[in-house]
Design a protein around this ligand. Structure first.
Ligand SMILES: O=C(CO)[C@H](O)[C@H](O)COP(=O)(O)O
Length: 235
């Protein structure tokens, strides 16, 4: 994509992604995130491959797999990888504890596996994603269809208002053949506690609260880059 055609927000996403890709080293196994910001990282990685960098990527969705293949990025299947050196992914919200909400693109389960396998988990965002408290963005939850009614009732019991996600007038189906519910819990006072509660619901495959799954957030603003790291307020 030519820089001249990018709006400010996309430029910020691209800047953050390019900065993250500088952290990739030769022979790394790289977790490839999903979404528009992660896609800029794929493009920056493809540029580095042309310069001689050797890596293998692990895609976090079928969409990312297709994009990476089109860019000539060598891939390993997620299910066969024991460890990932560095992953680069976007987020829908993050706070200063580097807790995230992810899953706007519906790839949260595989993104969580990629992040869990990764030694370095780098999140790339524009400044619209930074919040004081998580929860303005509804929490995406991937659920197994046969458990749908039960799971939606459990969200309600936890104080959440859930809506099943639709795309083009049909229920959104994930890469794993499941549904996504977008659950409004209001501003979330205790994300760790809610994450545990959601994990305990039978029929939930994964939820979009990513706790302890980011080591660094690279955020591009109009003024430049801000880097947030674990136990650090920003630099
Ligand atoms: O979690 C995700 C997909 O499931 C994305 O990382 C998240 O939605 C951010 O997307 P974008 O970079 O397009 O704003």
């Amino acid at each position: 994509m030519a820089a001249a055609t990018l709006n400010n927000r996309n430029l910020a996403k691209q800047l953050a992604a390019q900065e993250a890709v500088k952290l990739v080293k030769n022979n790394d196994i790289v977790g490839l995130g999903t979404g528009s910001t992660a896609r800029f990282a794929l493009m920056a990685l493809a540029e580095r491959l042309k310069e001689g960098l050797q890596i293998r990527g692990v895609p976090s969705s079928l969409a990312t797999e297709a994009q990476a293949k089109a860019l000539g990025i060598p891939l390993l299947p997620l299910g066969e990888v024991a460890q990932i050196d560095i992953s680069i992914d976007g987020a829908d919200e993050f706070n200063e504890e580097l807790q995230l909400i992810k899953g706007g693109g519906g790839a949260l389960f595989r993104e969580k596996i990629v992040a869990s396998l990764s030694k370095n988990r780098v999140v790339v965002v524009d400044s619209s994603k930074k919040v004081a408290q998580l929860g303005a963005f509804k929490v995406p939850v991937e659920l197994v269809p046969v458990a749908c009614r039960y799971v939606l009732d459990q969200f309600e019991a936890l104080g959440g208002q859930a809506q099943l996600r639709y795309k083009n007038d049909a229920l959104f189906i994930t890469d794993n053949q499941n549904y996504i519910a977008d659950v409004d819990f209001g501003l979330i006072a205790n994300p760790e506690e809610l994450a545990i509660q959601l994990n305990q619901i039978e029929g939930v495959l994964a939820h979009g609260l990513f706790i302890g799954l980011a080591t660094k957030v690279i955020m591009a603003t109009g003024e430049g880059l801000l880097v947030f790291e674990q136990s650090q307020k920003g630099s």
